[in-house]
Write a protein that binds this ligand. Structure first.
Ligand SMILES: C[S@@+](CC[C@H](N)C(=O)[O-])C[C@H]1O[C@@H](n2cnc3c(N)ncnc32)[C@H](O)[C@@H]1O
Length: 218
């Protein structure tokens, strides 16, 4: 996949590219490009936003700035999905992550302050996505959330087997994962469930499925 992220803070993504899963697939299954709206803005002095029509606090990311940024990279033709990260978008869940991870190329647009001029979302984007019903100060963290969630679904990102059986996977019927434990078997009187120490793989499997179903029903 080729993933393009447009942001006002490209350097914010550095740490994420240095650690798995992004680092694992970078250069093979994932090509990541970061673009700064300021580098292609048609306005003077790197201006990218402006005051909202109708008044009100804050600054709004300009449509001409985003159009120029997209055209500088893609020209006038653009076949891939362009996703605006915005609190009012489609909620990000695992099915949407799988959908996005299956795309050969994807573009994420982040904003800051008061957000996007609505014409960006209407005319320059194919999707609007929210990472949850709360407001962050910018689209960089949401873009990182999408990047991480998508990267771990790419081939080779995870150790074999670990990505097929986790929360929201088909293996767990879309439910959340069963509880996991490791050594020591007892700590401060808190014991690991006996079944996990039994060596009986059939009972362990049954117990895990029950736990997953019970937790998912909450
Ligand atoms: C302060 S927010 C803008 C909030 C906007 N004025 C509103 O009330 O919906 C600035 C930017 O952060 C990003 N952002 C904040 N919260 C987000 C969320 N929950 N999901 C996706 N993007 C978000 C978006 O790119 C947004 O344009």
């Amino acid at each position: 996949m080729r993933l393009d992220i447009f942001t006002q803070i490209p350097h914010a993504f550095a740490w994420l590219t240095e650690h798995p899963p992004v680092a694992t697939v970078l250069g093979t299954e994932l090509e990541l490009r970061l673009f700064n709206y300021r580098d292609t803005t048609p306005l003077r002095a790197g201006q990218v936003d402006d005051e909202p029509y109708g008044g009100g606090a804050g600054m709004v990311l300009r449509v001409d700035v985003v159009a120029a940024a997209l055209e500088a990279v893609y020209g006038s033709a653009r076949a891939q999905r362009v996703v605006a990260l915005t609190p009012g978008g489609r909620p990000l869940d695992q099915p949407l992550v799988e959908e996005l991870a299956a795309e050969p190329a994807l573009t994420l647009l982040s904003s800051r302050f008061e957000g996007f001029d609505e014409r960006i979302v209407e005319h320059l984007c194919t999707d609007a996505v929210s990472i949850g019903p709360y407001v962050l100060s910018g689209g960089e963290l949401p873009a990182m959330v999408v990047l991480d969630a998508v990267a771990r679904r790419l081939p080779g990102a995870l150790t074999p087997g670990s990505g097929e059986r986790e929360s929201f996977s088909a293996e767990l019927e879309g439910g959340v994962e069963y509880p996991q434990y490791t050594r020591p078997a007892e700590f401060r009187g808190w014991a690991v469930p006996d079944v996990l120490l039994s060596g009986d793989h059939g009972r362990i499997e049954t117990w895990r499925r029950e736990q997953s179903r019970t937790r998912s029903a909450r």
